[in-house]
Design a protein around this ligand. Structure first.
Ligand code: ATP
Ligand code: MG
Length: 653
């Protein structure tokens, strides 16, 4: 068998949505942005960097001589926290709300930029009092409380490198990340709310820290008031250490390439990688993309990104992008169905949210809950909707625009990765004629293309691999402590061309728009055809009875691989003949994209295995489909899901 050289291009989509004239007329980004980038890429990025305040200007925009290790804005110095906080206070916006924080139990806090400056300064003084020095690593293991953001910014202010570990991860996941980065401090809370109930978090830290000798202190925010064990000398209450500090702290400027954070990828395809990001280029691109892709108007918009700070979207589009742009934003602590399934719409109505950024998995969940729920709320303040994390199926895109965006808001599907640091491929809401399900094209200043196995760009209508053919400011600066893995994972595949290999399959449609087709690792090879998981899933989701679908290729004696689909249904009816529906779904896929993609099996399940960031873990479903022992489940949101699926299947349900 020869190695797959391209992906079959199966699903077609003809709907398209130009921006309204009204939107286009007021948009931050116009077509001129692309022209500027095309005229002189480095000058373009230098201009974007001017969005920030630099203590010392750079003398070189890009140094790529040490490829694949980039240096951006060489010689420049800045303080990232100063750019996200102090400068807005200095420019007279201290009274502007930075964060409308909404706790899960319904408690709220309003934090202005002046408040943020005080809190971040106190936190920075506290970290200094603990003896931390620039370059030291700090693990942040917290729910979505304001102190988590204060902590990240205090680290940035001091040149400490934060490593945020999702608060839903286990003690073992925390331990391995602390160990990998040799962190000196953990910042955590006593506990966190999970669907209305307080659960302990500190206990997991205690367990992790027992085996991580680099940790000197554990700084604990009181959130739930639950019982905690205490190790004197090591454990410190936030209210004892931080509250007493001075509100004044003068930020020091750091080199543009000073490390800002390490963040571990979500582990969808294997062992998580500790991705390293630095300061000047990262902040430039986070700020640039947030301003242009979401069309942020700092004086009037209320922005809400529903991600957790435990993954990269929370870093770039809750903390660094929005705050560098002086946004007013919502930070919500809880889950979307606590205390009820209209929680997000209630928050949007109450705070008049105008920009909302979430993940396809949640959009499909909202679809499953029913459109009558959002219909009960006034969502007329919304003017831009965003999506990130997985390919958004055309049907979910349409539903989102129709039922959340009143049939008129632009929807921006944003493709990027932990590694890219910021959005790379996305429509510009006032410029691009968007197609439902497509991330459209690279942003101005970004080079992305779809190539075949030999690195040659495929033509219109062709499928292959997504690559980034030019270095970009917020690109990763390596995998923490593992140069080899960095080179092998991203740069070995297309070494001759010097392309960054993203690991995602993609295609061009007839107009040259880019469609993401899922992980290369997940591509199915059926009777000589390379079929993408995304296209078959989208076909399934376009059936009105399917809420969510995940497909995998399982070894098949005749076709090489056979397509096995796992589906969650909408509205299960009593006494329904499942066999008839399964048959209908198989036919539906055949009709939508052709007989070659007809699933060999369709299994109805109650849940799908997802990572904490909401991505489907197909590798685990492949284990089920091939009757294998289930692989590594440590980054799974709910580890009981796999038992549920396996037992449901074994009992023939
Ligand atoms: P690991 O690399 O450890 O397997 P991961 O890739 O899931 O984890 P992330 O960096 O959080 O970790 O996810 C990036 C990936 O998410 C992308 O490579 C892509 O597969 C997917 N993705 C993100 N946004 C989009 C999008 N808008 N359209 C399609 N896919 C997307
Ligand atoms: Mg990845």
């Amino acid at each position: 068998m020869t190695e797959p050289s391209a992906l079959d291009n199966l699903l077609t989509e003809s709907r398209s949505f130009p921006p309204s004239e009204e939107f286009a007329a007021q948009a931050n980004a116009t077509a001129a942005l692309q022209q500027e980038a095309d005229a002189d890429r480095e000058a373009f990025w230098a201009k974007q960097a001017e969005r920030l305040s630099w203590a010392t200007k750079w003398d070189q925009v890009l140094d790529w001589s040490g490829a694949p290790f980039a240096k951006w804005f060489v010689g420049g110095k800045l303080n990232v926290a100063y750019n996200c906080v102090d400068r807005h206070v200095e420019s007279g916006h201290g009274d502007q709300v930075a964060i409308h924080w909404v706790g899960e139990p319904g408690d709220t806090r309003t934090i202005t930029y002046a408040d943020l400056k005080r809190e971040v300064s106190k936190t920075a003084n506290a970290l200094l009092s603990l003896g931390l020095e620039a370059g030291d690593r700090v693990a942040i293991y917290m729910p979505m409380v304001p102190e988590a953001i204060f902590s990240m910014l205090a680290c940035a202010r001091l040149g400490l490198v934060h490593s945020v570990v999702f608060g839903g991860f286990s003690a073992e996941a925390l331990r391995s990340r602390i160990e990998d980065a040799a962190a000196k401090l953990v910042i955590t809370t006593d506990g966190q709310y999970r669907r209305g109930n307080p659960v302990s978090l500190k206990a997991a830290v205690d367990e992790a820290v027992e085996k991580t000798p680099t940790i000197g202190n554990v700084l604990v925010v009181r959130r739930t008031g639950g019982q905690v064990d205490w190790v004197d000398g090591r454990d410190l209450w936030w209210h004892d250490v931080v509250d007493a500090q001075s509100e004044n702290h003068t930020p020091e400027a750091f080199d543009a390439e000073h490390p800002l954070f390490i963040l571990y990828t979500s582990g969808t395809t294997g062992r998580p990688k500790g991705i390293l990001h630095t300061s000047g280029g990262y902040l430039t691109q986070a700020s640039y993309t947030h301003y242009n892709v979401f069309d942020l108007k700092p004086d009037t918009d209320v922005y809400w990104c529903t991600a957790d700070i435990g993954w990269v979207t929370g870093h770039s589009y809750i903390v660094y992008g929005p705050l560098s742009n002086r946004a007013t934003q919502i930070v919500y602590e809880g889950t979307p169905n606590t205390p009820h399934e209209g929680r997000h719409w209630e928050v949007i109505q109450q705070y008049k949210v105008s920009i909302y950024y979430t993940a396809p998995t949640l959009i499909r969940t909202f679809m499953k809950w029913g459109e009558d729920i959002p219909a009960r709320y006034d969502l007329s303040s919304l003017r831009v909707l965003g999506s990130v994390g997985e390919p958004i199926n055309p049907e979910a895109w349409i539903w989102y625009r129709e039922h959340i965006g009143a049939g008129k808001t632009p929807v921006v599907d944003t493709w990027w990765q932990t590694e890219t640091g910021a959005i790379m491929v996305a429509p510009l809401p006032g410029v691009t004629v968007a197609k439902p399900g497509s991330a459209m094209g690279p942003l101005p200043g970004i080079g992305a293309k779809v190539v075949d196995d030999t690195g040659k760009e495929v033509g219109k209508g062709g499928g292959g691999y997504l690559v980034l053919d030019k270095p970009w400011p917020s690109m990763l600066r390596g995998v923490w402590g593992d140069e080899q893995r960095y080179r092998e994972t991203y740069w070995a595949r297309f070494a001759d061309q010097g392309y960054y290999f993203a690991g995602d399959g993609a295609k061009y449609d007839e107009d040259g728009a880019i469609w993401l087709l899922g992980r290369v690792d997940d591509v199915m090879l059926v009777s000589g055809h390379n079929i993408s998981t995304t296209e078959v899933e989208s076909a399934l989701v376009s059936h009105n009875r399917v809420a969510e679908a995940a497909v995998v290729g399982a070894t098949d004696p005749t076709t090489g691989q056979g397509i096995v689909a796992f589906v969650i249904l909408r509205g299960i009816k009593e006494d329904e003949d499942g066999t008839a529906l399964v048959k209908e779904l198989r036919e539906h896929v055949a009709k939508e994209i052709g007989p070659i993609a007809k699933p060999r099996q369709v299994m109805v399940v109650a849940e799908l295995p997802k990572t904490r960031s909401g991505k489907i873990m197909r590798r685990l479903l492949r284990d089920v489909a091939e009757n294998r022992q289930i692989g590594d489940v440590t980054t799974l949101a709910d580890s009981t899901v796999m038992d549920l699926i396996s037992s449901g299947l074994n009992s023939g349900k």
